[in-house]
Design a protein around this ligand. Structure first.
Ligand code: OOG
Ligand code: MG
Length: 260
């Protein structure tokens, strides 16, 4: 990532406002890259401003998410590096709850592994072991909903758009354990995809370490109680009305019901 951004503060806020409106009014926008040159530092500045707008409306941060930790996802979206985004309470759905498709532009579901931070991770402690700050792990589903038309975006576009984050649901928390090499199945109505937690950087625990280094660079805090989504284990599947279920063998399952 370039260390510094090039865009003015007012330009950063204008672009964040545009992406925020796209999400609030479920109206897609075209790739930022068509009109402005945005480097990675600027993209994270736009994401900060976007999350700030959500916070100014009363939303609070509940965690962080990684994107593109699996080759399937990188291939699906044509990008090649891990990204990080923010989760808020407005995105959190209770397991088994209904979710209205009308609040999204073109949602897709992803099978994920969630970790829970038991304590704050000190980003300035070079010896810190992020796994020792985690106390629980669970199966999860992330709903992504790119604000860009047809899910077409560049690497910096998707960072600015808070990594397409839209909603998430977490299954029952289990005490922390190794979750490498577990079969995963995501069913959305009658469609289903299978994969393995190995797809997540070889072991989802590696996603935690990747997150720590991203947070050191971007200065995103890792706070006690926060959730971490380690990234999808398969390509994403369009979300349709009906039951969506993610099963992670040996860890459990989680469901949500989408209604139109
Ligand atoms: C970006 C979000 C990717 C993941 O788990 O890899 C992501 C996108 O594909 O729109 O959340
Ligand atoms: Mg994801």
């Amino acid at each position: 990532m370039s260390a510094t951004g090039n865009l003015s503060t007012s330009e950063i806020h204008r672009l964040a406002g545009m992406l925020d409106d796209a999400q609030r009014y479920t109206r897609d926008v075209v790739s930022l890259a068509e009109t402005v040159q945005v480097n990675a530092a600027d993209a994270y500045r736009i994401q900060d401003a976007l999350v700030g707008l959500r916070q100014s409306r009363g939303e609070s941060l509940t965690g962080l998410k990684l994107g593109f930790t699996s080759e399937e996802k990188m291939k699906q979206m044509g990008v090649s590096d891990v990204i990080v985004g923010r989760l808020t309470d407005a995105m959190c759905i209770e397991a088994g709850d209904e979710i209205h498709l009308g609040r999204f532009i073109h949602p897709k579901a992803e099978p994920e592994i969630a970790y829970r931070l038991a304590r704050e991770v000190d980003l300035d402690d070079p010896e810190i072991d992020i796994e020792r700050c985690v106390d629980a792990v669970a199966p999860a589903v992330e709903i992504i909903d790119s604000r860009y038309r047809d899910f077409r975006f560049t690497y910096t576009d998707v960072i600015a758009d808070n990594t397409s984050a839209a909603a998430y649901v977490i299954g029952e928390w289990q005490p922390l354990r190794r979750v490498a090499d577990l079969p995963v199945r995501l069913s959305v109505g009658t469609a289903s995809v299978v994969g393995s937690t190995t797809a997540i950087l070889g072991d989802p625990a590696r996603a935690l370490r990747a997150l720590l280094s991203m947070c050191r660079r971007t200065r995103m805090p890792l706070s006690a109680g926060h959730v971490v989504l380690a990234g999808a284990a398969t390509a994403a599947v369009p979300l349709t009305a009906g039951v969506t279920r993610c099963d992670v063998a040996g860890l459990g399952h989680v469901t949500i019901e989408a209604v139109s």
